[in-house]
Design a protein around this ligand. Structure first.
Ligand code: C5P
Length: 228
């Protein structure tokens, strides 16, 4: 029997949204089903990897054989990601839709409507950038990020690839049948190679088959750094 292509690799995947509480009954979040990340975790496990799936609040079942860590906020997700890298991680795939901002202060009691006030101002502060923090760390795994954009997909994806110091970025246009809650997605992978940026397009297909195709491409392009 031929060895599985990801045998011996430790892969961490972040998935789903994060949830940032404002008060005991309210929160800010992003639209994200977690389907892409869960499909990646399942595919990585099937390809022989040892998989940790760090998930925000979603309603999906844990793929068989995958170690799952549930988190709520971006701060929690960062701590879980750092712990996973600390324990040993070869490939970090960041598919989570992390909230960019959280409330500057959490209200211990439910915020009340103010009589006579038609507007309410919330002060938000920036959350940590999880994937950029992992990519800048000392024990740096191979790092793959996602860029979901409604316009200028390639431009924003390449900007993130460089700015966050990623090894690869998976870019997708969000719209009608793609991205978000959909079961299908189409993406373009970008990475920096000798002689410039390379791209590989994966056409519209189920997130499950896309996850397999993505992993094969990630393993192929990063074969040198992922070699045991
Ligand atoms: O900047 P933007 O959120 O579009 O970047 C998307 C990529 O960065 C995704 O891989 C996402 O998981 C990651 N990200 C993160 N922490 C944040 C924001 C985004 O890890 N605070």
């Amino acid at each position: 029997t031929t060895p599985k292509p990801a045998a011996g690799l430790r892969i961490t995947v972040t998935a789903g949204p994060t949830r940032e509480p404002l008060d005991p009954v309210r929160y800010l979040t992003n639209r994200s089903s977690g389907k892409m990340g869960f499909a990646l975790a399942e595919a990585a496990q099937a390809l022989g990897a040892s998989v940790t799936l760090i998930s925000g609040p979603v309603t999906l079942e844990t793929p068989h054989g995958v170690r799952r860590v549930d988190v709520t906020t971006a701060d929690d997700m960062l701590a879980a990601a750092q712990q996973s890298v600390q324990k040993g991680c070869d490939l970090f795939i960041s598919s989570a839709a992390v909230a960019d901002y959280k409330a500057a202060s959490y209200a211990e009691h439910k915020l009340k409507k103010q009589n006579g006030e038609e507007t309410l101002t919330l002060t938000l502060v920036k959350n940590p950038d999880i994937v950029a923090t992992i990519a800048a760390g000392e024990r740096r795994p191979t790092v793959v990020g996602f860029a979901a954009e409604t316009q200028d997909v390639e431009h924003y994806a390449l900007d993130k690839l460089t700015r966050k110091k990623l090894d690869m970025i998976v870019a997708n246009q969000v719209g009608a049948n793609e991205g978000f809650d959909s079961d299908d997605n189409a993406v373009t992978l970008y990475w920096q190679a000798e002689g410039g940026v390379k791209a590989h397009e994966l056409p519209l297909q189920s997130k499950v088959s896309l996850a397999h195709a993505l992993l094969h491409e990630i393993l192929r392009v990063n074969a040198a750094s992922l070699a045991p």
